[in-house]
Design a binder for this molecule. Sequence first.
Ligand code: SAM
Ligand code: SF4
Length: 337
Amino acid sequence: MSFITLVDRPGAMYDSYGRHLHYLRVSLTDACNLRCVYCMPEDMVFRKQASLLQYEELLLLVRVAASLGVDKIRLTGGEPTVRRGVVDLVRGIKSVPGIRRLTMTTNGVRLAELAAPLAEAGLDQVNISIDSLDPARFRQITRRGDLEDVWQGLIAAEAAGLEPIKINCVVTRGFNDGDVVDLARLTFEHPWDVRFIELMPFGKVSDFQHSQVVPSTETRARIEVAFGPLIAMPGWDGHDPARPYGLPGAQGRLGFISSVSEPFCEGCTRLRLTADGKLRLCLLRDDEADLLTPLRAGADFATLRQLMADAAYHKPWGHRLETEEIPLSREMSQIGG
Ligand code: SAM
Ligand code: SF4
């Protein structure tokens, strides 16, 4: 059955619901230089380097994906900038025929030094995670981060042309739910998009995530009390998980990623490649296909291509958080968001 999809529509991946899967999020590592409270336990142990996809293996799987119509890749982690050789990886991935757009989601800590070389190697854009503009609260949430490093990284990213700059903020009750107004204010001062993400439950920290979730409706209301009514921006096609809004007079936009309260599964065009070589079919479901084992056993390009297309065909429709089915096999840092 899945074979038919590949043959009928050569060069493109579709799932059984007819969604065209052309966007791959690639996790370069599960390791991170921060330990955000909502992402991983403080004593998180990271994988050994040898269990991760190596440079050539990663590029081979990107070539396989591109041969199936993947044209957009976002690098993530863990923290992608702590992966050794990240600039060369960017250069290698961007030179794969068919890869039109290469972006990265990062905590920004290393961007002051890396933004220019990454842009030169072919990176197009960055999303930077900043949960608070208050240095003490930033430290509390990240357990070890220095806000000034991230701010310098953001400025360097803008100077390097990694635009549009998008800031991601996970709203966590009792930590930064009061900081959303300051973050929204940035859109008046800069042409940056600020996106507020609802906390999603995963693995070992799912109890915490459940109890501290702030629905997007509450975040929107808080911003409207400060700045007046948000204006829904036209042209949202459902493929971008962030529903865009604007404030009168602002240069940048606000977005709300409401995976829990307003799922956007219908427009999902994404697949994920984990740092240990599994094709993860949905962020919030544990269904995965192992590509690393066959790759290391000598599977050729055509076999890997068929494995990827077959797995993609079985992408589940969406998550089942409403029935308390929580993905437990990995922490968020091991998938990449
Ligand atoms: N380290 C990079 C960063 O923080 O931007 C990339 C990886 S991180 C897992 C990707 C995104 O997922 C970040 O914006 C982060 O804030 C977000 N995130 C992490 N844990 C989350 C959770 N439990 N629910 C919602 N978003 C989460
Ligand atoms: Fe690291 Fe990103 Fe997770 Fe924070 S959200 S611990 S920066 S992977």
